[in-house]
Design a protein around this ligand. Structure first.
Ligand SMILES: [Mg+2]
Length: 422
């Protein structure tokens, strides 16, 4: 091993977690096949009909063979797979199944973090106590998910969250895979492309490639350079390249949530309301990310402020919102109307959550002028561009971190300190 072997062994001693990541296989499509066996073995695409606007939500493994994948425009999916079966999603049903499977999974975990309708991290460090027992649990989870719900899932067991997620992907579908140690993770990943690391998106991969960094090994060997070039994100990238990930499983059940919000406390109070409006853009994006993953939308938008004298106010507007545009636009209007005093905290979110009943699929949406929709999306794109120019930021490749809150606070604090004097 290289110069990092000492660091690695220290970290191994500190983190003794056993985490199972469970992920249903082609979830929406599998539910539909279960309920209509005549669909079995056929390329099934859930999202929209080929004549409609929309994107692929999930598709069966048969459809994937034609190059169809989730988030693909439905027209493109149709071009690749014209004989596929196209269906609207049935979110009510998927949510019910989701509750059912998570009840099974929760029997095994000390803590469970739901990260999507069909996906969760289970902390079994204390309920299993060993990788052997965790393996038995994982096989039991698979067997019960199949016998009680009629669906297959893939499980990954590992010492960290990232490794567990990597492991569950490894043998999909109906997969089972273990990554017991940091060294096992590195051995598995070392010759893979940088994109195989969970924090490396398409844009970041391109940037790394331009520097001649193509594999995980390249990242390890040129650690210093990655750290210098990519700043905070570089730390995350290099940590993961060495298998370092000490994040804990955080108990989270979406159905317990009545609201979703993000707030930030500044290190120093600010009376700069243009800055506050900019901050709302990032907070709205972060809220949107969670609504998407859990298939939820809010029936109201809130703005919360705590003034420098600790007085807190909440303003809200009843309006359907499940995306950053809607959340930001409303929160921004609410901000305009408040008393302009220095604040220490700002937050925004949505409340009165309900499941997303395929809102994109209503007749209204089909009849809506696509240009109007696009214009709405452009608000966030335009505002992000303004933020980049104003603060000298570059969001490309970093938005994921902001969505997940990894760098949200640091970015906002950076903005506060670097607001240009005009
Ligand atoms: Mg899945």
């Amino acid at each position: 091993m290289g110069p990092d072997s000492k660091d690695n062994s220290e970290i191994r001693d500190r983190m003794r977690q056993i985490i199972i990541h469970v992920d249903m296989d082609a979830f929406y499509a599998s539910v539909e096949v279960r309920d209509d066996p005549s669909l079995a073995g056929k390329p099934l695409i859930i999202g929209a009909l080929p004549t409609e606007r929309g994107v692929v939500a999930t598709c069966s493994y048969e459809a994937r063979k034609y190059g169809v994948h989730s988030a693909m425009n439905i027209k493109e999916a149709y071009r690749r797979c014209p004989h596929g079966i196209y269906m609207h999603p049935n979110f009510d049903k998927y949510r019910q199944v989701s509750e059912q499977i998570r009840r099974i999974w929760y029997d095994y975990a000390v803590k469970m973090e739901t990260i999507a309708l069909d996906e969760a991290y289970l902390d079994v460090t204390y309920s299993a106590g060993s990788f052997e027992r965790a393996g038995e649990m994982a096989r039991e989870i698979k067997a019960r998910t199949l016998s009680e719900v009629g669906l297959t899932c893939s499980v990954g067991i590992a010492y960290s969250k990232t490794a567990a997620k990597t492991a569950s992907e490894e043998k999909k579908p109906d997969g089972y895979f273990e990554i017991r140690t940091q060294q096992d993770f590195v051995d598995l990943m070392i010759d893979r492309k940088v994109r195989a690391l969970y924090t490396v998106g398409e844009k970041t991969a391109e940037k790394l490639n331009r520097l001649g960094i193509y594999t995980i090994r390249d990242i390890q060997e040129r650690k210093q350079e990655v750290l210098e070039r990519f700043g905070k994100h570089g730390q995350l990238i290099t940590d993961l390249a060495f298998g370092i990930d000490e994040r804990q499983v955080v108990e989270y059940k979406p159905e317990d949530a009545k609201s979703l919000s993000r707030e930030v406390t500044f290190q120093e109070d600010t009376g700069n309301y243009r800055l506050l409006d900019d901050v709302l853009v990032l907070l709205a994006l972060s809220v949107e990310n969670r609504t998407r993953r859990h298939g939820l939308h809010g029936n109201g938008v809130t703005l919360k402020l705590t003034y420098a004298d600790m007085q807190s106010i909440t303003r809200s507007k009843a309006i359907t919102a499940d995306n950053a545009e809607a959340i930001y636009t409303e929160a921004s209007k609410l901000l305009e109307k408040v008393e302009k005093r220095p604040v220490r905290l700002i937050g925004t979110g949505i409340y009165n959550l309900s499941g997303d009943e395929g809102r994109q699929m209503t007749l209204d949406d089909y009849l809506k002028d696509p240009a109007a929709d696009k214009q709405k999306q452009e608000i966030i794109v335009k505002r992000l561009g303004e933020l980049e120019a104003r603060y000298g930021l570059d969001f490309a490749g970093h938005l994921e971190d902001i969505y997940h809150g990894n760098t949200l606070h640091r970015t906002i604090e950076y903005m506060r300190k670097h607001f240009p004097n005009t």
